[in-house]
Design a protein around this ligand. Structure first.
Ligand SMILES: NC(=O)c1ccc[n+]([C@@H]2O[C@H](COP(=O)([O-])OP(=O)(O)OC[C@H]3O[C@@H](n4cnc5c(N)ncnc54)[C@H](O)[C@@H]3O)[C@@H](O)[C@H]2O)c1
Length: 419
């Protein structure tokens, strides 16, 4: 219940009250073309697929700090006081439940509102009980991690099967971070789980096994918001035109709590790994060695409190064209981190709930069609993830057509010309 989550919840309430518009949310504002371009059928996505209505959404959550959501949103300092005052009673009515937390995994934070238990399994079982109690009050549940970035973890033996993972929780295995306990609890309850952070949380074989066993969908890692969003637009543009890239230097200043957590080298490493993979996946240097074999790709995030949630990023991109002649492109993005992330969190909750109700999708485990929203999308073993934003968008829209039994759109279009 930090910056992203309070911005999501306050935003949904503001939209419900007609105070603001859900800008940035595809489920709320996007349309989808059906049939031929000549047919003029483009319904709103929210009217085309049976996703939950904003009025029907009920929120709850956990945090390592107590207090109500009005106070949490004030601390996050994303939304202005005037807006928060208009929805104050609603925000004051939501208080986080005590969290499963271990400072070894988020070194910069000291929790004051946390569960105690005899081992990791005990903490995970307590989360399950919280979910079971909430489940009794609503029809369906989705769980999303918008918690802090944890330290960098790599898969070990404990992540390779569900049996090993469950034994690992009994033995307090150090490879099991708190975010994994939430994921295990949700999936064990048959509930979809989304990971908005770059942590190793669901993308390993044990969770994949549990997800398939329980028909509880999982998807990706780390919201694709600011700098990486732009990267996943520019890199495909270079590749489509066969322009080479020799260097890509990305730097950021950020002053919110996430920035403070990322100032710690082990949490930064988790973020760095999640951001680094994308360029290589898009540019495919193995297929285009002359263009992309020698890219120098560097990412920096600097904690700079005066900017709070208003992140500024700079990208310097060295590219080369015809006969190898060099050129440069500079991008300076003055964004707002949580303003970009909140609509993605909303869309993911609504679409993952839809996936949980779709027979052809719910048993698949990973929902690759939602890769559109992630910096590090998850994919089946042996299949490389798709990172190009526009391919991701086409894939997602075709999946929505598939869900509703509509014809898929191939973009071939020969029949318009008598072909
Ligand atoms: N805002 C963006 O644009 C963006 C984009 C991609 C990813 N993310 C990721 O989303 C996550 C949230 O970002 P934020 O800006 O809201 O950060 P934040 O620091 O404002 O919020 C994180 C919250 O998680 C809580 N927390 C930490 N460990 C917990 C635990 N074990 N259980 C329950 N709560 C716990 C913290 O107390 C804090 O309130 C981060 O991992 C961030 O990297 C954000």
């Amino acid at each position: 219940m930090g910056a992203v989550c309070t911005t999501l919840i306050a935003g949904v309430e503001a939209v419900r009250k007609g105070i603001a518009k859900p800008i940035g949310s595809l489920t709320q504002m996007g349309t989808i073309r059906l049939g031929k371009r000549t047919e003029g059928k483009t319904p709103l996505i929210r009217e085309f697929v049976p996703i939950a209505k904003l009025d029907d959404i009920v929120f709850t959550g956990w945090d390592i700090f107590g207090g109500n959501l009005y106070d949490a949103a004030k601390t996050a300092a994303v939304l202005d006081k005037e807006l928060l005052e208009k929805i104050r009673p609603y925000l004051e009515s939501i208080e986080p439940m005590p969290a499963a937390f271990d400072q070894n995994y988020v070194k910069r934070l000291t929790g004051t509102h946390i569960k105690s238990g005899k081992n990791k399994r005990d903490l995970a079982e307590q989360i399950r009980k919280d979910i079971q109690a909430f489940k009794k009050t609503v029809d369906r549940v989705v769980v999303i991690w918008t918690g802090s970035t944890e330290i960098f973890l790599q898969q070990t033996a404990v992540h390779q099967s569900l049996a090993a993972f469950e034994k690992g929780m009994d033995d307090d295995d150090p490879g099991i971070a708190p975010s994994q306990l939430y994921a295990w609890a949700a999936l064990t309850e048959g509930i979809a789980f989304i990971n908005g952070a770059p942590n190793l949380t669901v993308d390993f074989p044990a969770m994949n096994e549990l997800s398939r066993k329980m028909n509880a969908p999982i998807a990706g890692r780390d919201f694709k918001t600011g700098q990486t969003l732009i990267k996943s637009v520019l890199a495909p543009a270079f590749k489509t035109r066969m322009l080479g890239v020799s260097g890509w230097f990305s730097t950021n200043i950020l002053g919110n709590r996430d920035g403070e957590v990322l100032d710690e080298p082990q949490s930064f490493k988790t973020k760095e790994e999640s951001k680094l993979g994308l360029l290589e996946m898009i540019l495919q240097p193995d297929l285009y060695p002359d263009l992309y074999n020698d890219i120098y790709h560097k990412i920096r995030i600097n904690y700079y409190p005066p900017r709070a949630d208003n992140k500024e990023s700079w990208d310097n991109i060295d590219i080369f064209g015809w006969l190898g002649y060099p050129m440069q492109l500079k991008v300076n993005f003055l964004c707002r981190d949580s303003i970009l992330a909140a609509p993605l969190a909303l869309d993911l909750c609504l679409f993952m709930d839809l996936a949980s109700r779709t027979p052809s999708l719910k048993g698949l485990g990973i929902q690759e069609w939602l890769s559109f929203y992630f910096k590090a999308p998850d994919s089946a073993p042996g299949v490389y993830p798709e990172n190009d934003l526009f391919i991701q968008s086409m894939k997602m829209k075709n999946t929505l057509r598939h869900i509703m039994g509509e014809d898929l759109i191939t973009h071939l279009g020969l029949d318009y010309y008598g072909g």
